[in-house]
Each structure stands twice: as structure tokens, then as C-alpha cells.
Ligand binder design. Structure first.
Ligand code: HEM
Length: 433
């Protein structure tokens, strides 16, 4: 538990609170923000979107219309202690806890965004199979150079807010440690049904990585992460034109229509050479493409790019020629090869955020897409194994950002539509509700 005493400033308290979690972190946070009201949610829940993953219309955007994800985020991995099928009472408990959150907090960055998703292993307990419309394999290693642990817990709750006290209070309420959430009585908590198997936390937004970099494993001692960067690696990600729309990642048929699939990986970063050996141009080349570096397309953290990373079809198609000419290829350029439908539509909606879990610079990488296979294809393209015919390009060197990122965990989940969020069967029913 962190020491909240001494002369910690408000900034320090808020900085560490979500990573630490728990009652002490919450009360320290509330001392700082307690008198600032949090907007409540609606009484009539029919005004909420049918999709749990409908976040884009409820978060801040920048001047270019790019969505800015909530600054504080928590992932709670949950297991059902009993092997059997959930009962009607279990479903009522889960629905009640989530419904109270819906009413307690406005569904927005100023209030709370949340979702619950279920793993293939969760669905295995039932007699029937998931329908063909749901592409949800067990997680597996997605590159020849990784050996991740697999997240096979039953469920994953994702909490996100611009306010640290809100994610912490919602978490404490779901865990049964607080009897109210934003002044609203919790009639049930998720821990009446689930056990919390793991808790992970993170943040995203300009300034947040820089103010957390000091002394962190994976960050060089010179503390090079720019103040303006939302991510440890020094650039903006998630430009509007390079993200799938929520419509595109949403299942359109079958019993889970209105839902989506979510792959969540957890990576650690080692940025000594990223910042120590590489110039700014080198970093631009490896993050975006060598053309971006050659033509000076990126300034600072990349705000000048507007709403598009500048990875054009020509840059994607020219990757082999760039490998020969520049001796390296870019991360975005590589991934984009598999991230477009035939008509050019972007396939994945990435919602990654940074982390200091385990005292190291890390990243939680939720990606939404219509089927998990899509994510696997995009990751394979990012591996760039096919590009290593060129002698200067090795599996992890001069090959985008692979030299600096290490996959620790992977998990696959189905995010059902809101109507089916409480312990659904594989055929899309919630008996007893
Ligand atoms: C530390 C880790 C990572 C950082 C800092 C990072 C950063 C970036 C940046 C700056 C871009 C270009 C801007 C944009 O389009 O958003 C990008 C694009 C992209 N990245 Fe990453 N990324 C990371 C890891 C990953 C991982 C693990 C994947 C998994 C497949 C991935 C998939 C993609 C995809 C699909 C694109 C868009 C390419 C396109 O279709 O235009 N990234 N990333």
C-alpha cells in the first residue's frame, strides 16, 4: 500500500491512486476531489446505447475529431468460483450491480464508461456452442517470438473515467467494499457472484506518461518521454481515419448482434534504445514509416497529422521497396497491411492505454473488431516476419517497434450487447432475467 502521508501534492495522490487501488487510494483521492460533483446517469436506462462498447460519442475529442479515451482505466478479471451454469439469481445480481452503476454515473468521460465481456472458457461451461456468427477462439501466441500467459478468466470488467475517484469508487462498489456509488445504494455487488482474479490499471493522455516516468522500469534515466505525449513512446495514436467505426466492429447478425469481440494484450516496454540510440527521425520511421521520416511529416508528438496518420495506400503497398531503400519499415505501415477491408474500410478499433503495473512501463491493449481472427491477422502483419528476407530487417530489429515491446499476456472476450450483459448463455439468452 502506498504511503499517502507526508507532503504529497494533489498531483502525486491522483497520479498513484488508480494504480494502487483500494479503500485508502479512494479516500485519498476523495480528499482531493470530493467536493466536485460527478454527473449522475439516467433513471430510465432505455436512453442508454444498446451497445456496451458505444464509447466514442461519450468521450472528449481533440480539435481534429480524434477521440480521447478516458484518462483513468481499470481492468478487473473475474472468475466464477463454481464450475456450473450461473443461476437466475446470479444473473439478477450481476444485472443489479451494473444497473446501479448506470444510474449512478453519467455514461461519459466525466462520469463512467464501463463494459463487461466474457471469455471462451466462460461459454464452455454450457451445453450449447457459440453460434458461427461469434468468432471467439481461445487466446494463443500471435508471434513466433512471444510466449504470453493466457487470460482465461471468465469475465472482464473495464472501467474508464477522466476522474480517478470515479473509477476507484465504481470498483469498490462492484467489489462490495462500498455500499454506495455516487450516492446511490448498491443492492448487489459483482463479488456476490464472481471472485476477482486479477486487477490491472492504466492511464492515457497528454502529460500522464511523462509525470509517471521517473524511476520506472523500461524508461531510461534521462526521463525522455515528452510532456505532450499521451503514450510512453512519444507519439499520438488512434487517429480517426485509422480507426474502425463502432458500427464496423459491431456484430450485425446472430444472437449477439449489437456486441463485439475484444482482444486484450498486455505488453511491457523497454525504451532505453528507443530514446537512447535513435534520433527523432529514426523513431518516426519505425513508428509510422520511413517515408514519414524522409518527408518530415511528423512534428513533435504528431498532432500536426490531424485526423489521419498519413499511412497512405502507397505507403502500405511500397513496404518492400522501403525495406530495400531505407533498411527499415514502420509499425503503422506494417499493421495497416491487414487492417483494411477490400474497400479500404479500417477493421480494428484500438483502445489502448498505458500502465505502470508491476513498476514497469507497460501497455494494456484492448482492440475491438467483429471477430478475433481479424485481430490475429493484423498482429501477424505487424510481426513483419515476411519482411526479413531483406538482410537489414530482422525479426525484431528495424522492424517497426518490435525491438521495444514484449507481450506478456493475451485474452479474448465477447462484449455482448447491454441487454445480454448478465451471464449470457452461448445462444444469447439470460434465463431468469
Ligand atoms: C507500445 C505499443 C504501441 C504503440 C506506442 C503504438 C503506436 C501506434 C501509432 C503511433 C500508430 C500510428 C497512428 C495510428 O494510426 O494510430 C499505430 C498504428 C497502428 N497500430 Fe500501434 N502501437 C503499439 C502497439 C500496437 C499493437 C500491439 C498492435 C496490435 C496489432 C498495434 C496495431 C496498430 C494498428 C492496426 C495501427 C493502424 C495501422 C493502420 O491501419 O493505419 N499497435 N500504432
Amino acid at each position: 500500500m502506498a504511503d499517502w502521508g507526508g507532503d504529497r501534492t494533489r498531483r502525486d495522490v491522483l497520479k498513484g491512486a488508480v494504480a494502487v487501488g483500494g479503500a485508502a487510494a479512494l479516500s485519498a483521492c476523495l480528499e482531493e476531489t470530493g467536493d466536485e460533483p460527478v454527473p449522475a446517469g439516467p433513471e430510465d436506462l432505455s436512453s442508454l446505447p444498446a451497445r456496451q462498447h458505444a464509447w466514442n460519442g461519450r468521450v472528449r475529442t481533440d480539435d481534429h475529431g480524434n477521440t480521447l479515451l478516458p484518462r483513468h482505466q481499470v481492468l478487473l478479471y473475474l472468475t466464477l468460483p463454481d464450475g456450473g451454469s450461473p443461476s437466475a439469481e446470479d444473473r439478477e445480481t450481476v444485472e443489479s450491480a451494473l444497473r446501479t452503476l448506470d444510474r449512478a454515473y453519467e455514461r461519459s468521460s466525466e462520469g463512467l464508461l464501463h463494459s463487461i465481456a466474457y471469455s471462451p472458457r466462460y461459454f464452455d461451461r454450457f451445453d450449447g456452442d457459440l453460434p458461427a456468427s461469434v468468432d471467439l477462439p481461445e487466446p494463443r501466441a500471435l508471434s513466433p517470438f512471444e510466449s504470453p500467459a493466457f487470460d482465461r478468466q471468465d469475465a472482464l470488467v473495464h472501467l474508464a473515467s477522466d476522474r480517478a475517484d470515479v473509477v476507484l469508487a465504481a470498483e469498490e462498489a462492484l467489489r462490495g467494499n462500498e455500499s454506495t456509488a455516487n450516492g446511490r445504494a448498491m443492492d448487489a455487488s459483482l463479488t456476490d457472484v464472481f471472485e476477482v482474479a486479477d486487477r490491472r490499471s492504466g492511464f492515457v493522455g497528454a502529460g500522464m506518461p511523462a509525470e509517471r516516468q521517473d524511476g520506472l522500469d523500461g524508461i531510461p534515466e534521462s526521463n525522455p518521454v515528452p510532456e505532450a505525449s499521451p503514450l510512453f513512446m512519444g507519439f499520438i495514436a488512434g487517429f480517426r481515419q485509422n480507426q474502425a467505426t463502432e458500427d464496423h466492429v459491431t456484430l450485425s447478425t446472430g444472437p449477439f448482434a449489437g456486441g463485439t469481440t475484444k482482444h486484450v494484450s498486455n505488453l511491457r516496454m523497454r525504451l532505453d534504445d528507443w530514446y537512447g540510440e535513435q534520433s527523432f527521425e529514426d523513431r518516426v520511421a519505425e513508428m509510422f514509416s520511413p517515408v514519414h521520416a524522409d518527408e518530415g511529416l511528423v512534428e513533435g508528438v504528431g498532432e500536426n497529422l490531424g485526423d489521419d496518420s498519413g499511412v497512405t495506400p502507397e505507403i502500405v503497398d511500397g513496404i518492400d521497396a522501403h525495406a530495400r531503400r531505407f533498411g527499415r519499415v514502420g509499425h503503422a505501415q506494417k499493421a495497416a497491411r491487414a487492417n483494411r477491408e477490400a474497400d479500404g474500410t479500417v477493421r480494428t478499433l484500438r483502445r489502448h492505454f498505458e500502465s505502470t503495473d508491476d513498476g514497469e512501463a507497460g501497455l494494456h491493449f484492448p482492440s475491438l473488431q467483429r471477430g478475433i481472427t481479424t485481430f490475429e491477422e493484423v498482429r501477424e502483419a505487424m510481426n513483419g516476419t515476411d519482411l526479413t528476407d531483406e538482410p537489414t530487417i530482422r525479426q525484431r530489429v528495424n522492424n517497426g517497434i518490435l525491438e521495444y515491446i514484449f507481450v506478456k499476456r493475451r485474452g479474448n472476450f465477447l462484449v455482448p450487447p447491454r441487454a445480454l450483459r448478465a451471464l449470457p448463455t452461448p445462444t444469447g439468452e439470460t434465463p431468469g432475467l
